[in-house]
Design a protein around this ligand. Structure first.
Ligand code: F6P
Length: 343
């Protein structure tokens, strides 16, 4: 079988390990041939691909980013897009199937290609945010949590030196998994996530408790968190020290509000894309490799429209539709468990 692999959407540590796992298993066990589409669906739509074999994937599991490149191109848009064109491109190049490694957007497109075009696609879930349904964890998340935890540890020592409040903004547009895990690991005094809006009064209460114990408060916030009264927050945006409008994210919004209400000097740090760069953790390398191997097995048994996923400690097959039908949000009991430690 000739299989095309693509990595699409925001990159994520572990993408190369998936590619390596798939190519090594397919090449050694099934005699499969592989190509890699360049820059996600853009490569599919434009027929832009490179050959992949056991030599090109050597040593790849520890390499961050994706050797294929990624983009947020939608395969249903633009010239060359749509199921018919894509099937034609596959026929011309003798490609039997595709392995699409991506998040919600990528997998939704993959599902449509299967449903509307009968195209042979297997999905592999990818998100550092861990927001995809139908998989317990996705690779990249563990690495992101490790990096965010190290940042919290480092910010704590400088916070203590100056008796400041540190607001640490981590990734997580729709869900708070990175904030929850890094905040718990780093011993944060408050964790703020999109699933659980809080009032500024509650946040300041937690911060003041910490100050009253003579400690420097550390607040971890997901980028997608919102106060229960956001209008009030926006009216606080105001001007920065250089008289420019404040344009930052939620961390930079919260710092002056906390400082004004508590009198504690506050600083915001946005960790940003550092969470997505660099080498994957050992856990992510293993998970990504297992998912790559399982994706090739699923192609061998022609389970088109399915996605490989982690259930407990086992890799299983689910339908792509299950993964794109809703978000994997932080359940209340997990937040409440952490919240016992706040303040
Ligand atoms: O979805 C993964 C993610 O890293 C989010 O946490 C973040 O909001 C977003 O991607 C950033 O996207 P971009 O790299 O396009 O700025």
């Amino acid at each position: 079988m000739k299989i095309g692999i693509l990595t699409s959407g925001g990159d994520c540590p572990g993408l190369n390990a998936v590619i390596r796992g798939a190519v090594l298993k397919g090449d050694r066990v099934y005699g499969d041939e592989f190509v890699g589409f360049r820059y996600g669906w853009r490569g599919v739509v434009e027929g832009d691909m490179v050959p992949l074999d056991r030599h090109t994937v050597r040593g790849l599991s520890r390499q961050g980013g994706t050797i294929l490149g990624s983009s947020r191109t939608n395969p249903f848009e633009g010239e060359g897009g749509g199921p018919e064109n894509i099937q034609r491109m596959m026929d011309v190049n003798g490609i039997d199937a595709m392995i699409a490694i991506g998040g919600e957007g990528t997998l939704t497109a993959a599902r449509r290609l299967v449903d509307e075009g009968g195209i042979n696609v297997i999905g592999v879930p990818k998100t550092i945010d861990n927001d995809l349904a139908a998989t317990d964890y996705s690779f990249g998340f563990d690495t992101a949590v490790e990096i965010a935890t190290e940042a919290i540890d480092r910010l704590r020592t400088t916070a203590e030196s100056h008796q400041r409040c540190m607001i640490v903004e981590v990734m997580g547009r729709h869900v708070g998994w990175i904030a929850l895990h890094s905040g718990m690991a780093g011993g944060a005094h408050a964790i703020l996530i999109p699933e659980r809006p809080q009032s500024i009064e509650q946040i300041c209460e937690w911060v003041l408790h910490v100050r009253d114990r003579g400690r420097a408060p550390v607040v971890v916030v997901s980028e997608g968190f919102h106060l229960d009264t956001m209008e009030e927050a926006h009216s606080h945006k105001g001007l920065d020290a250089f008289n420019r409008p404040r344009l930052g994210g939620i961390g930079e919004l919260l710092a002056p509000m906390i400082e004004e209400r508590t009198g504690i000097e506050s600083r915001a740090t946005v960790i940003g894309h550092i969470q997505r760069g660099g080498v994957p953790s050992a856990y992510d390398r293993v998970l990504a490799t297992r998912l790559g191997i399982a994706a090739v097995d699923a192609a061998q048994t022609r389970q088109w429209g399915s996605m490989v996923s982690l259930k407990g400690t086992d890799v299983e097959i689910v339908s792509i539709a299950d993964a794109t039908g809703g978000l994997n949000t932080v359940p209340d009991y997990r937040y409440d468990e952490a919240a016992v430690l706040f303040g």
